[in-house]
Design a binder for this molecule. Sequence first.
Ligand SMILES: *Cc1c(COP(=O)(O)O)cnc(C)c1O
Ligand code: SF4
Length: 335
Amino acid sequence: MNQYKEQLKTATRSINPTVESRYSTFIPEYFLNHIKSKNSPKSLTNQFYPRLEELNEGGMLDPIGDISKSKSNKIIHRYKNRVLLTPTTVCPIHCRYCFRKNELNENNEIYKGELDKAFEYIADHPEVNEVILTGGDPLILNNKQLENILNELSKIKHVHFVRLHTRTPVILPQRIDDNFINLILKYEQKFLQINTVIHINHLDEMTPLFEEKMKLMIKNGLSILSQSVLLKDVNDTKEELLNLFQALIRLKIRPYYLHHPDKAKGAMHFYLSLDKGRKIYHSLRDELPGWAIPHYIVDIPGGLGKTIAYNPESFHFTGTLIDRKGEQIPYESIL
Ligand SMILES: *Cc1c(COP(=O)(O)O)cnc(C)c1O
Ligand code: SF4
């Protein structure tokens, strides 16, 4: 039995039954011990421990329009040349701010042999050159399952890039074993590149084992990017974001996206205004080079897609976003 599989079996599921009647708790022992060893800072407990605010009214069930967009084939095709593929809805931990929290809870599953339609869809769309494995979390799959997917994708000649969107290296770094690294190295020969995009929001999430595994991947020539969600009372200060991004670039991980929080039902207590967010973001440039500053983006509700959230302080901010079709969206007044 793989060590990370054991961790999934013994994870803590009960901290606050009132909240858990609506949203489940799931924290593997390894990471729970880490939280406690740091004296349970708000940066971690707010992200992973259930809180009564989750039962508050407000927020959307499907804030970025993914459910309505997703077809029965586990594919979300919003941008012309890249698709999301969700081979599982299982996650290594349940993040309280997650925009998928209203769907993930229902039926956690790994799809077995149900991905044929997804591969067919991609094969039928020659404009798709990148497949982004997400979920849930694709690194919940074992190496054999992951290899099956990479193998099928490698048979589709127009797929040149693969991305793994994952929180697992942070929560259960033991998942990054030699077989995983060899698997990625093997399949990188068949694509132009496989990028691993880790989801991490705070320096406090980093453990020595995480750092060790990231160094191992980098030493083997793998590419790692990061994405973070800006969250109220977790990382909504200049210092916390600077510390995170500086620690990431020291590990040679390139910060890729900083997401403005989604207006998700059950997660509105993590929400902060775009105006506040862009001021924090603006303050980063003083101490970070341009290449270490992630894109600050917001996903426009209704499946309209990502848009850059930042406009510099030197421009007047109206609170209105412009979507990809050039339409003006009064973002702050939605809801
Ligand atoms: C975020 C996202 C992508 C990936 O976008 P990039 O800008 O290439 O990182 C692709 N499809 C969907 C539906 C997304 O939400
Ligand atoms: S790992 Fe990702 S998909 Fe899973 S609960 Fe956390 S944010 Fe949501």
